[in-house]
Design a protein around this ligand. Sequence first.
Ligand SMILES: *Cc1c(COP(=O)(O)O)cnc(C)c1O
Length: 223
Amino acid sequence: MSIAENLKQVWAELPQGVQLVAVSKFHPNEAIEEAYQAGQRIFGESKVQEMTAKYETLPKDIEWHFIGHLQTNKIKYIVPYVALIHGVDSYRLLAEINKAAAKAGRVVKCLLQLHIASEETKFGFSYDECLEMLQVGEWKNLSNIQLCGLMSMASNTDDTEQIRKEFNQLHGFFLQVKKDFFLDDDSFKELSIGMSDDFRIAVAEGSTLVRVGSRIFGGRTYI
Ligand SMILES: *Cc1c(COP(=O)(O)O)cnc(C)c1O
């Protein structure tokens, strides 16, 4: 199946209000161009250098979402053009993005990354750490940051009930955070959950942004 056909199948499974981030990491420009020709405009990348090289050579109406782990010394390379940073997992990183965004004269949209999976290796705030950061409130002074919602990854397991439970709990947490901290802020509305193997579950559990890679572009060779 072609990239265009894969895309159409994924689009067909997304209800209105759920956007697709086509995760193009490790795939060449030609693959992105094929998806672009088919109508896809939002692409996700996890490496700063790779995303910046693609941004510089591909059409300028592409929305680039950074979905990887962002190192502070690389923030400045993506801040001038990035549409959304999905994986903010510390106040320090948020403050550094704010600083770089101020320098670039932009307001940068960010999602807070939660750690909900059973594996210990994944990045992200625990629920308690996230609440504490929000309660301390210093983020309110970061005028070049706009917090738009939450992002997470479920456990890497075949147990769909466990994945559903993790997503469901995160959705509950999202609603609580929305109510307690962002009730008057219309831009806090995104829940970035769901990848190739679990995006259907994520959509049923309140996702607004799914990040789908291999289901569209095929397998990747990890570097
Ligand atoms: C690679 C990646 C994806 C896409 O994964 P697939 O299983 O290929 O759909 C989604 N989110 C993040 C954070 C990723 O790193």
